[in-house]
Design a protein around this ligand. Structure first.
Ligand code: CA
Length: 424
């Protein structure tokens, strides 16, 4: 039988070539409907959600000795079963959806229960987020920010080329796409002010990132090899690491960002598996100086994954594209981030989320934050119709799309969207 990544596979469910969710993808998410309001796990196929809890309860997906794995409000129980079960289950779902498999295709009653039009599905946060860590792994982004704040000669801090820099963020405010984001308040002290004040953020920004979803735990006190780290990665989501630049500027010395990034982090509703991204794996940039031995990579751990950002002001009918870049530019790979994260003996848990860091590319239109796009507010961005932006205003909606382009199909992530509402 052919592999679920085989480009020639077709499903009996119609899938447009421009759809993010062909049979070669099969990402996992959590959904509910008006008729069935209890959230459960599904897989996306074309314009439908395949209800995996129905298939499991009908005995069509066997996860023994585990059971009721998909009748859950998150994919954590499924992730805990491990990479062999991930592969076996994906292969089984693929088999059930193939155009030449009559089992589900010709069972009208079952099909009506198992295939839910996506338009009728409410999508929930797919993972119970155990911990959230955010990295800073794009050399272009770190350089842009460094040039803005420290000048060209000291753009990268001396440690940057030697390890993936990160900080521990908040799991409690990771939300699914579509959740409104309230403008944060905080301590502000612009350089012109003598004393700080407390009030609404005036320099609200987004950060275009990918998030790695960790599906297996590691033991406290243990380090990870490259291969072990890779086996622990279940999949990826798109991630918007909302950032309050003015709060950040005052608070970040000496321990890094705190409230500036703690108020909201949005992720896309579908977790695209590492296995589905396998055909799009490529080498990242050459690392010079060579990383220390524990961070060395024997295989390509980057992905050729296109990313688009659109900004829509409340007065606009549709969003205006403000960035198109690619995940492939990341200097430190997700595998290196995970290896480094565990290198002190830090235990990792099922449901941990690691943000890649803002993804910027070498070109001006590849910048993944307004801080860079507006060059710290000095170069306003034209959105059309006379609307300009340096940072986000109330009512603005940010939307990311991401996909890997195959031959005649794409493995995509759907959308992560968030709209800004006024401060309390
Ligand atoms: Ca970030």
């Amino acid at each position: 039988m052919s592999h679920p990544n085989d480009p020639s596979l077709r499903s009996f469910v119609p899938v447009d070539p421009a759809s993010d969710f062909p049979i070669q993808n099969l990402p996992y998410g959590v959904f509910s409907t008006a008729a069935s309001p209890t959230p459960s796990v599904g897989a996306a196929i074309g314009d439908y959600v395949l209800d995996l809890a129905v298939l499991e309860s009908e005995g069509l997906i066997d996860l023994a000795p585990a059971f009721d794995v998909f009748a859950q409000p998150s994919i954590n129980a499924f992730m805990a079963l491990g990479p062999e079960m991930w592969s076996r289950t994906r292969a089984r779902i693929s088999e059930l959806l193939r155009h030449d498999n009559p089992h589900l295709r010709d069972n009208k009653m079952l099909r009506a229960r198992a295939l839910v039009p996506m338009a009728q599905a409410k999508l929930h946060l797919p993972i119970a987020v155990a911990g959230y860590t955010d990295f800073y792994s794009s050399k272009e982004h770190a350089t842009n920010v460094g040039v803005m704040f420290r000048g060209k000669d000291n753009a990268l801090q001396p440690n940057w080329l030697h390890m993936p820099i990160g900080y521990n963020g908040r799991a409690s405010t990771v939300v699914v796409s579509g959740t409104k984001v309230r403008r944060p308040r905080g301590q502000l002290k612009p350089p012109s002010a003598d004393v700080p004040s407390f009030g609404p953020c005036k320099r609200l920004d987004f950060e275009l990132e990918m998030g790695v979803v960790i599906g297996q735990p590691s033991a406290m006190g243990e380090m990870l090899t490259e291969a072990q780290a890779e086996d622990m990665i279940f999949g990826f989501v798109m991630l918007n690491d909302w950032s309050a630049r003015d709060i950040q500027q005052w608070e970040y010395v000496p321990l890094g960002p705190f409230q500036a990034k703690a108020f909201a982090t949005s992720i896309s509703p579908w977790v695209v598996t590492r296995e589905a991204l396998e055909p799009f794996r490529i080498h990242g940039p050459v690392q010079d100086p060579a990383p220390l031995p524990y961070l060395k990579q024997a295989q390509p751990n980057n992905y050729d994954l296109q990313l688009d950002v659109a900004l829509r002001a409340a007065a606009m009918n549709e969003g205006s594209r403000i960035c198109r870049t690619n995940f492939k530019y990341m200097y430190w790979s997700s595998v290196q981030q995970l290896v480094h994260h565990a290198s002190s003996g830090c235990a990792m848990n099922v449901g941990d989320l690691l943000g890649s860091g803002t993804i910027s590319g070498p070109e001006k239109d590849q910048r993944g934050s307004l801080l860079e796009i507006s060059w710290n507010g000095t170069e306003p961005l034209e959105l059309g119709g006379g609307i300009k932006r340096t940072f986000l205003e109330d009512g603005d909606s940010l939307s990311f799309h991401g996909w890997c382009q195959g031959d005649g199909y794409r493995v995509g992530f759907g959308e992560v969207e968030g709209t800004i509402t006024p401060a309390a």
